[in-house]
Design a protein around this ligand. Structure first.
Ligand SMILES: *Cc1c(COP(=O)(O)O)cnc(C)c1O
Length: 230
């Protein structure tokens, strides 16, 4: 069994090498360590190995861990978010990856304004997943949602997120990543961290290298760091 620290070292090497290979700057790619089902002690190991951003899917599960690990690191909400949970998320998380409706965005904005905060969000796009439960806005509805969300005072739209269907062959995920980049490029044609929509959150343990080729700036990786989940 490799340790978490060893996994992270290896992962960082792979990210670095792939970025260079595809002509990108490694430091414009943020690693989010996905910690669903991972206990606090193992999260601390990752923090000690230099990880500074963690991703959680479930609000309840995250609240205990954040209390334990603290807020010196950043927490991203990457899972589907219900409107009635937003009040817990806004104070604890620095970014929400899963905005897919005006109603959810309005609630986030209101709660953020209450706390004198501007919440960074990504809009989740649903490409190729038929069941609506997966979350995400349809590509044809993205421009309209982007405009509505951008006008909210408590929100800063930082980019787009996609969770493609799972494939054992990572090449099969490539067209989904390409499509997300093209959707972004239609709305904002160049990358700059200071612009809205500059970020593409895409790529997981099985397909992050392909995602880097296609322009990912945020990778959400669990298994390759912490091992398989039960
Ligand atoms: C679990 C999860 C990940 C990480 O998946 P791995 O295959 O373990 O790297 C990334 N994004 C979301 C939204 C997830 O739920």
């Amino acid at each position: 069994m490799e340790t978490i620290a060893e996994n992270i070292t290896r992962l960082r090497e792979r990210i670095y090498n792939r970025a260079l290979k595809t002509g990108r700057k490694p430091d414009e790619i943020t690693l989010v360590a996905v910690t669903k089902t991972v206990d606090s002690n193992r999260i601390k190991e990752a923090r000690e190995a230099g990880v500074t951003v963690f991703g959680e899917n479930y609000v309840q599960e995250a609240m205990g861990k954040i209390r334990h690990i603290g807020e010196e690191v950043s927490w991203h909400m990457i899972g589907h978010l219900q409107t009635n949970k937003v009040k817990h998320v806004v104070p604890l998380f620095s970014m929400i990856h899963s905005v897919d409706s005006v109603r959810l965005a309005e609630e986030i904005s209101e709660r953020a304004i209450e706390r004198d905060k501007i919440m960074e969000v990504l809009i989740q796009v649903n490409i190729g997943r038929e069941n609506a439960k997966a979350g995400g806005v349809k590509p044809e509805e993205l421009p309209q949602l982007f405009e509505a969300v951008s006008s909210l005072r408590g929100i800063n739209v930082k980019g787009l997120m996609i969770m493609p269907p799972y494939f054992s062959d990572p090449e099969k995920a490539r067209p989904f990543f390409t499509t997300l980049r093209e959707l972004r490029d239609k709305l904002f044609p160049f990358y700059s961290d200071s612009l809205p929509l500059s970020h593409l959150s895409m790529g997981m343990s099985s397909d992050f290298e392909v995602a880097i080729d296609e322009g990912a700036t945020i990778l959400r990786i669990g298994t390759a760091i912490f091992g398989g989940r039960k």
